[in-house]
Write a new protein. Structure first.
Length: 163
C-alpha cells in the first residue's frame, strides 16, 4: 500500500517558499516565494534581499530612522518573478509566506500569474496591502489563504530510516 502521510501539493510548494525564506538576511521578516505552473512544476523561487552586487553588510537593515532597508530590499515575490529567467508565468500560481504588497501585486498581474496562495497577512491593514487586494481582485487574480493540516514540517539532514 502507498504511504498515506505524504504532503499535499500546497504543503510542498509553501514548504519550498518557507525554505527559500531561510536564505533571507532580513532580521525582522523573512519571506519566500515559489512560482508553480499548472503541471505542478516549479518555475522559480525567491526571497527578500538586496539586489545582486549590493552588499548585505553595507546597506541598512533598520526598520526606522534615517536610513532604512525599505528603499533597497527586493521583495520575495518580485525576486521570484525576476529569477524565472524569461519563462512564461502565464496562468501560474505563486506561493508566498506573507501577502504581497501593491508593488509585487503589479508585477504578479503583469507577469500573468493567476493565483496567490499565502500563509500570513500580518500587514492586512496597511495601505499597500489594501491596494494590493484591490488590484489583484480587479485583475481577477485568485487569492487563497493556505490552511495547512499540520503546524510544522520537520526536515532533517541526519540519515534516518524513518524519514
Ligand atoms: N509580501 C512581502 C512583504 C514583505 N516583504 C519583505 C520586505 C522586507 O524585507 C520585509 C518586511 O519588513 P518588516 O517591515 O516586516 O520589518 O519583508 C516581502 O518580501 N514580501
Ligand atoms: Zn512586495
Amino acid at each position: 500500500m502507498k504511504r498515506q502521510d505524504y504532503i499535499s501539493w500546497d504543503e510542498y510548494f509553501m514548504g519550498v517558499s518557507l525554505l527559500a525564506a531561510k536564505r533571507s538576511k532580513d532580521p525582522n521578516t523573512q519571506v519566500g516565494a515559489c512560482i508553480v505552473d499548472s503541471n505542478h512544476v516549479i518555475l522559480s523561487t525567491g526571497y527578500n534581499g538586496f539586489p545582486l552586487g549590493c552588499s548585505d553588510d553595507e546597506l541598512p537593515w533598520a526598520r526606522t530612522g534615517e536610513d532604512t532597508k525599505y528603499p533597497y530590499v527586493v521583495h520575495a515575490e518580485l525576486n521570484a518573478i525576476l529569477n524565472s529567467g524569461g519563462k512564461s508565468l502565464r496562468d501560474a500560481t505563486i506561493y508566498v509566506g506573507l501577502f504581497p504588497c501593491n508593488e509585487c501585486a503589479k508585477a504578479i498581474i503583469q507577469s500573468g500569474i493567476r493565483e496567490v496562495v499565502y500563509l500570513d497577512d500580518k500587514y492586512a491593514n496597511a495601505k499597500s496591502t489594501l491596494a494590493s487586494k484591490r488590484l489583484l481582485s480587479m485583475a481577477g487574480v485568485k487569492m487563497r489563504k493556505l490552511k495547512p493540516r499540520e503546524k510544522t514540517l520537520v526536515l532533517s539532514f541526519e540519515s534516518n530510516p524513518d524519514r
